[in-house]
Write a protein that binds this ligand. Structure first.
Ligand code: V1P
Ligand code: CA
Ligand code: ZN
Length: 397
């Protein structure tokens, strides 16, 4: 008995096609789809599958991906394989494959991979539309950097944009919130000319000591959408740039203050929350210092707004902590409290053992992995909130 009581009684659905986890970006690539295997195993080991409706969605098809993406780009994406790829090809480079760091490699089953995670986000959106669920979860989605004709930052197809497009068939205003440590640039750009989607991203922003901007290099506080007052998208984006090492208390208060104000002013009819787990302490690519429960408190905050909600994954590069976080956040959605001792009967238990601190536990103290000094002072964050509130005043109605 892991205390699975559900006082709130929300209808939660879980959208997951297990075939997605067998894809490999390459051994040295930080994106590991098998983190989804770990996540699913934790969710099952706590018995959370009995508290939700489970769906195994079909892959999205070409025409569905073309809701957002260019057909020429999709044709290329559907045909390219490691065998036929020509890295010097003009299209290969123009569409964002390869590059100096090989962020978007061409791997076996690439088309299948993008169709599966997008199919799951679409399935989640349909569940909100037909009112089968109050909260629909897809941990395999959240690939926020993909543009209509460009792969970027491990993202080839933007499942978030496609899911929001579906929500817009019934909802007048959709709010997108992004707590991945990276700026949600692809979603922001896709909806820059409409007032029917408000995009809000919290992320690391800044230039390192070698002069490199933190990926993708956009999302400063002044970036609030088109400057042209005739453009309907004006002031319908808000960016919260944060420095290294932000702690639980600071992030929670920043998140709650800003999102509450946005919800009050924009009054969305549905919310899509990208819950990238690379904002945790000890992440391989991230710079923040959040613990699992602080990350999860953002989901609690958004849930408390009481709007139909899609919860999706995103980044997260220390797989055992990604799985812990998304399992915890699944429990938050259904209103369950989980025991800190991991169930001992789970497969892959060794993935959660042998840590210096936190082995065998669901909620290790990730501050112990402290690799980044906190460069965020409370007065600087106070100023940031004031600037954010100022930016919100430019939005009408
Ligand atoms: O910084 C870059 C490249 C270098 N160019 C000048 C830009 N790429 C980053 C991409 C991070 C993508 C994050 C995706 C997400 O937001 C959503 C799923 O989480 C990058 C990094 C880094 N440390 O920022 N690529 C890699 N590391 C990388 C490392 C090894 C192999 C391949 C890529
Ligand atoms: Ca973000
Ligand atoms: Zn990220």
């Amino acid at each position: 008995d892991y205390g699975l009581e559900r006082p709130q009684g929300y209808n939660v659905s879980f959208h997951y096609n297990p075939h997605v986890e067998y894809h490999h970006f390459g051994s040295s690539h930080p994106m590991k789809p098998w983190r989804l295997t770990l996540t699913k195993q934790l969710v099952l080991s706590y018995g959370l599958e009995y508290t939700m409706d489970l769906y195994e969605p079909r892959p999205a098809n070409f025409n569905e991906l073309a809701i957002f993406h260019d057909r020429e780009y999709l044709s290329y994406l559907s045909e390219i394989t490691p065998q036929n790829a020509k890295p010097d090809d003009a299209q290969y480079i123009a569409y964002g494959f390869g590059g100096d760091s090989n962020d978007c490699p061409v791997f076996d089953g690439l088309w299948n991979y993008v169709s599966l995670y997008t199919g799951a986000s679409m399935s989640a959106a349909y569940n909100l539309l037909n009112k089968q669920s109050d909260i629909a979860i897809n941990w395999s989605g959240g690939l926020h950097h993909a543009k209509k004709n460009l792969a970027s930052g491990f993202c080839y197809v933007n499942d978030i944009v496609i899911a929001i497009q579906l929500l817009l068939t019934q909802h007048q205003r959709v709010l997108y919130i992004d707590i991945d440590v990276h700026h949600g640039d692809g979603v922001e750009q896709a909806f820059e000319s409409t007032d029917r989607v408000f995009t809000l991203s919290f992320h690391k922003y800044g230039i390192d000591r070698h002069g490199w901007p933190f990926f993708p290099g956009t999302g400063n506080i002044d970036e609030i959408g088109p400057k042209d007052p005739a453009n309907r998208g004006k002031a319908h984006s808000l960016n919260i740039p944060i420095d290294d090492g932000i702690d639980d208390h600071q992030y929670k208060s920043l998140f709650k203050t800003v999102t509450s104000k946005v919800v009050e002013k924009y009054n969305p009819q549905a919310i899509v929350l990208q819950s990238g787990a690379d904002s945790l302490g000890g992440d391989r690519l991230g710079r923040f210092n959040l613990n699992i429960k602080a990350h999860g408190s953002c989901i609690e905050t958004v849930k408390s707004f009481g709007r139909p909600l899609i919860l999706i994954g995103g980044g997260g590069y220390t797989p055992r902590n990604v799985a812990r976080t998304w399992c915890h956040e699944t429990a938050v959605c259904v209103g369950a409290t989980l025991h800190d001792d991991l169930p001992t009967h789970i497969p892959y238990l060794q993935a959660f053992q042998g840590e210096e601190n936190g082995g065998g536990r669901l909620y290790p103290d990730l501050h112990n992995t402290k690799r980044h000094d906190n460069l965020n002072t409370d007065p600087a964050l106070q100023k940031l909130v004031e600037r954010a509130m100022e930016n919100l005043r430019y939005m009408e109605g």
